[in-house]
Design a protein around this ligand. Structure first.
Ligand code: MLC
Length: 520
């Protein structure tokens, strides 16, 4: 989930008391398969030329209605009504991507397949609007008249640096992300950009509106588009059907609002909008996403990987402090997600250092599809997540058993989801959005199991996925790569240089946060 409270001092407040954690300057390779390159590559002039902005409509289907359709948001969609949009970049390596091949084959295939894929996802071709006479916003789409904006660009920047896991300047990614151009009365839901890096590869950038896309819906759409494109490239025609997993199902009517959440979220956004957009003429019926936070100057971005072996060691380390958890009735939920998030959190808090009494909130998203009663199908399309959080003193994260403390809290929170999944969810969101600089809020974008890395448009699997918007929100990202023994959990962070150096040191050494030496 994204955090965007503009009143907050981002997450590097100058008011930090106490000493910063010691920064190590050497980064030994550990036997935990933590891969990292700390050489900071400086940006070369990264010129991005916009070549065209085109509109792609859904392919014409005579069997479907060509009239305007209205879709009423559920409380889930209303919960994300005005969050700033999410950005995701997918980099594809392709040395054959010379301009001639790109402009005659790749880009036309991407557009053609997009048009066919959109036929399955018609609501995202339309927009979010709030008619003056209506008490609630609506999604409106017209299969023939509506379209998605696709920007075509070319970049002579350093492709290898962008697809590597080394540190680079956070803003270097921004020219590859498109922008949703919204007004108070109408907001598109999806914007796309395709950037050619001549003879190196290309990047597909996607900006998505939180009111309809959660992580699973964004991944589903991306993979459906990729599947369609690969099919067209290989077979010369569009597939009639998509595999079930990426065939969206719109079960919105079956979602019951038994807790009156729709009204609560509408009121919440009216209040938050007024508070955060106080400079402008705040319109309680605005559907425009709130202004994105500025990216802090000199912010760096890097990816870190945890192998399945490293996750296993983290699990063993937690169990050392919780021997009772081997009792099935007291079992901890020590999934890859829990261990990866807990580990990143303790490294982030230690990297920042400061007042041990300061409260640290960790906010994360829960996919409710399988957790509703009755459950929604796994391919349900829409924003179907709610926010959850845990809170602990910074000192807890810094203790030798910090990993065990945080993993236990996160585990208990996940184990407790069965009871009161939606209870207090709007109040919780309001509370999280209202936290001031006296506490620290860390959130996470992405999750394990979202399959962004299983994306192939026909010219090879995606080389690198970047959840770019974390550099504005103070979140870290979590994504899965590979599977089985080759599975890795990719962590993306955007930090100022001193924090990045400390974080990398803690992440790679681990000794400050858990007794790795004992468990090797
Ligand atoms: C609450 C959770 C985070 C908890 O995740 P966990 O992995 O701890 O727990 P879990 O019950 O889901 O899974 C436990 C284990 O079972 C496995 N598992 C689960 N479902 C499975 C399935 N259908 N088939 C096979 N394995 C499965 C998982 O991989 C995991 O194993 P293993 O341990 O091996 O992995 C998750 O359930 C969830 O809701 N994830 C989605 C969150 C989400 O959508 N985030 C994106 C928000 S939007 C966003 O990010 C946009 C933005 O902000 O920009």
């Amino acid at each position: 989930m994204a955090h965007f409270d503009q009143s907050e001092n981002y997450w590097l407040p100058s008011s930090i008391k106490g000493a910063r954690a010691e920064t190590k300057k050497t980064y030994p390779t550990l036997n935990l398969s933590l891969s990292l390159s700390l050489a900071i590559s400086m940006a070369s002039p990264n010129s991005v030329k916009i070549l065209d902005i085109c509109e792609v409509a859904a392919a014409y289907d005579s069997t479907k209605s060509a009239t305007e359709t209205i879709l009423s948001p559920t409380f889930f969609e209303l919960s994300g009504l005005r969050f700033p949009p999410s950005d995701c970049l997918c980099f594809f390596k392709l040395t054959d991507s010379n301009p001639t091949f790109f402009h005659s084959v790749i880009f036309p295939s991407l557009k053609q397949s997009l048009s066919h894929a959109l036929l399955h996802f018609l609501p995202i071709v339309g927009s979010l609007t709030w008619p003056p006479e209506s008490s609630r916003p609506i999604f409106v789409y017209h299969p023939k008249n509506d379209s998605v904006s696709v920007t075509l660009a070319e970049c002579n920047g350093d492709f290898d640096r962008l697809i590597g896991n080394g540190i680079h300047e956070a803003v270097e990614s921004h020219p590859h992300a498109p922008q949703l151009v919204a007004t108070d009365t109408r907001s598109p839901l999806l914007a796309l950009q395709v950037t050619l890096f001549p003879n190196k590869g290309f990047c597909i950038g996607m900006e998505t509106h939180h009111a309809i896309f959660d992580g699973k819906s964004a991944s589903m759409f991306l993979r459906a588009w990729a599947y369609t494109c690969k099919y067209i490239v290989e077979k010369g025609e569009a597939p009639r059907l998509l595999p079930e997993e990426i065939t969206p199902s719109f079960e919105w009517k079956s979602i019951q609002d038994s807790k009156g959440l729709e009204e609560k979220y509408i009121n919440l956004w009216a209040t938050i909008g007024k508070r955060l957009e106080s400079g402008s003429d705040s319109n309680p019926k605005s559907v425009k996403p709130l202004t994105k936070l500025e990216v802090q100057p000199n912010l760096l971005r890097a990816n870190f990987h945890l192998s399945s072996e490293a996750i296993k060691k983290l699990r063993e380390s937690v169990l050392r402090y919780h021997p009772e958890a081997t009792d099935p009735t007291k079992r901890l939920h020590l999934s890859t997600y829990v261990l990866a998030c807990s580990y990143v959190l303790i490294c982030l808090v230690k990297a920042r250092g400061g007042d041990a009494d300061r409260e640290v909130y960790f906010a994360w998203s829960v996919d409710c599809r399988s957790r509703l009663d009755p459950p929604l199908p796994p391919n349900h399309f829409g924003d179907t997540v709610v926010a959850r959080h845990i809170v602990s003193k910074a000192g807890d994260f810094m203790q030798e058993n910090g990993l065990a403390i945080i993993a236990e809290k996160l585990s208990a929170s996940i184990n407790g989801l069965d009871k009161g999944l939606l209870e207090g969810s709007s109040e919780r969101l309001e509370m999280l959005l209202s936290l001031g600089p006296e506490v620290r809020l860390i959130s996470v974008a992405g999750a394990t199991g979202l399959k962004f890395y299983n994306t192939d448009f026909g010219w090879g699997n995606v080389e690198k996925v970047e959840l770019t918007s974390i550099d504005r929100t103070g979140a870290f990202s979590v994504l899965d790569i590979g599977n089985g023994n080759d599975r890795r959990t990719e962590i993306g962070v955007a930090l100022k240089r001193p924090e990045m150096e400390s974080f990398a040191s803690f992440f790679c050494n681990g000794v400050e946060v858990m007794p790795f030496k004992q468990i090797q």
